[in-house]
Design a protein around this ligand. Structure first.
Ligand code: HEC
Length: 123
């Protein structure tokens, strides 16, 4: 509609910490793949490759309740006990992608994970 003089603005730069530059933020492709990259940058050192945690001191994300995305978002952005807050580092869309990634590793149905609808039982 308003095609005359669209203002072209430079892509806003995400404020990046020293390790953030390698994270392409969910620009294309399925969220789970973007989430995997973010996970490999920020989470893997504690939560393990493919969520296979190396010590019970770190929460085993394979056991995270799949119908509680709210808790996931809250815990990741604000931190919980020994887990640091990531809210200033990963953006809300990144947390969505991380959630998709956790769901994909755990074999959750994407639609169930998104809607919080837990009456879909696989198998
Ligand atoms: C420095 C180590 C460390 C890193 C890095 C880390 N975590 Fe954690 N995380 C923990 C620990 C420790 C816990 C357990 C906290 C507790 O319950 O005492 C935890 C718990 C969690 C939980 C469960 C919280 C709950 O509601 O019980 C989630 C979800 C989580 N982490 C996601 C992530 C994600 C996503 C990332 C990457 C952005 C990440 N963590 C990076 C240490 C870490």
């Amino acid at each position: 509609m308003n095609a005359s003089a669209a203002k072209v603005e430079p892509t806003p730069k995400v404020e990046a910490g020293p390790v953030a530059q390698t994270v392409p933020v969910a620009e294309a492709g399925p969220g789970a793949e973007a989430g995997r990259k973010i996970y490999m940058s920020f989470c893997v050192r504690c939560h393990g490759v493919n969520l296979a945690v190396s010590s019970p001191a770190f929460f085993d994300l394979r056991t995270f309740p799949r119908d509680d995305k709210e808790r996931f978002v809250r815990s990741v952005s604000k931190g919980v006990r020994a887990m640091p807050a990531w809210g200033g580092i990963v953006q809300p869309t990144d947390i969505d992608a991380l959630w998709s990634y956790v769901g994909s590793v755990n074999g959750w149905k994407a639609d169930a994970a998104n809607s919080g609808n837990s009456d879909v039982k696989a198998k």
